[in-house]
Design a protein. Sequence first.
Length: 116
Amino acid sequence: MRFNAFGDESRWIGDKEVIGYRPLYFLWCAMFVVLQGYYSAFHCSSIAGGVIIFIITTLSYLWIIFPDKVNKYLPFDNRELIGLIIYLGFILVVFSLLINQFDTVTFTGLMQSWRD
């Protein structure tokens, strides 16, 4: 458990109160990455593509669940609202671009399989 990262202390930058690391914001992004990525990895037509997608998904997931560690290397603070939007948006865009390079299953295919 990462109580220090997702605690109330992350809501303060000096004397200024910010959003902080709210687990629910990161949970939805992480769930999307895991569901889309691992589904695509296990349904990929080639073994090499599946392994690459599996690795990309795992790295993207780790990137999401360690926002305090990544924040040290960012030019913005991902505890503020605009920083959070940029951070999660950038992760999703990079993840989607990388997955689409190796994926044979699109997101619409994933949604259709859930309905069946």
